[in-house]
Ligand binder design. Sequence first.
Ligand SMILES: Cc1ncc(COP(=O)(O)O)c(C=O)c1O
Length: 494
Amino acid sequence: MTRATEPEIDQAANCLGEPGKVAPSIATTAKERKFALAPRRTARSRPAGPAARIPPLDSRAMSPSQTQSKALLRRATKSIPGGVNSPVRAYGSVAGTPPFIVSAKGSKIHDADGNTFIDYVGSWGPMILGHAHPAVIRAVKKAASAGTSFGAPTEGEIEIAEKVCAALPSVQQVRFVSSGTEATMSAIRLARGATGRKKILKFEGCYHGHSDGLLVGAGSGVATLGIPGSPGVPEEFTKLTIQLPFNDLSAVAGAFKHHGDDLACVIVEPVAGNMGCVPPGPGFLEGLREICDRHQTLLIFDEVMTGFRVAWGGAQCLYKVKPDLTCLGKVIGGGLPAAAYGGRRDLMKQIAPAGPVYQAGTLSGNPLAVAAGLVTLERLEQPGVYEKLAAKAERLATGIQKRADAIGVELTTTAVGGMFGLFFHPGPVRNFEDAKKASEQRFRKFFHAMLDEGIYLAPSPYEAAFVSLAHTRGDLSATLQAAEIALEKASKVR
Ligand SMILES: Cc1ncc(COP(=O)(O)O)c(C=O)c1O
């Protein structure tokens, strides 16, 4: 397995140069170049030793073999709806067959046909240290050998709760659950319980999981499928959900004029990551804080994606706006199922058994997930980590933008901390309406061309991309080279 060791990765990340600048040429090890530039070779066919040559760029563009993945998809479709356990994985909006994954290590992911890809999905966000990080694997093995679930309190839960409370100034108490959906659903129940109000306000294109009241104008898979909500969600439930354009404070002010005294909470992704990556405009989050305070409405930051992803402590630390409640997920489970919601003590003490608002979970605070999450947070706490992540995302976003500009492809790129986004649209992209103007056909062409070049992106224009600490300079250079080829192909799509 050709993969940089941990010190090599750190060194590589340290040498990224100024954020926002494309390094003109970056020295990488020959081993790393071979791996990064010939990512589709199978272990069986990969030539060994000095005879291994990096093929010239234009001879590498051929689709990866998918024989095994196609067979697995056919088999999966018989016993699993659509063959997948979460809709976007089916490649519905980009067409084609999703690679079935057999393993992943560091920044690379390997499929059943022996193809290797540089991964920017990162299991949709959690894999911030890279896949199969040795410290995470060690911690999970140790935890598993002591028992995989007790349904009883453990010291590890206190440790991770203390770490989360220390990292997020707005969080004095936190309750662990198993998924982001549970976290947002529970935070909203708490907001309604605490305020005695029924209505909630969310933003179009923001995705907060798949609970009934939140499947209104949602991003992520709902946007990918192009549906307004979901059958099975009674209209009466969604009547209580008001939805407005992201980044539009005057719309918020208007809604508060009509509904202010009935609004239990405003829930927002502080950096929207489920309509691509759309940062908050200047003053947007501050404005939400102000207007919520005026109406005694609770402000919930859904940081399931941004928590410990865009900064230590999440977007609330980056933008210095304190919500009343925060939802966390993805990174805090280190790749295992864990999520959480937390906030002010006076609110959190209304949760059962301390208070009357009910919420429970058989596997909540699972010892394996807690162990993986704790080790992940310990690594992320080290100085310089978020600077490295941000520099990588920035290098990719600006590098791809520069190449698109040179070719004359209309593209808008965004980057915040360790996440970035691409829209085939001249911009600006401030909300879901703007995001939807981007060319889906161009994205599809770009996506498949990137896959052909060994780059694994989310199969939808409505998803953000994620970098990890394991992505090396070689990975980034290979990705930018691949993007040049893919943009050229996308430019031919009218
Ligand atoms: C911002 C946000 N909130 C909530 C969720 C739901 O989390 P989960 O898929 O763990 O239920 C997601 C999932 O992508 C998300 O991005």
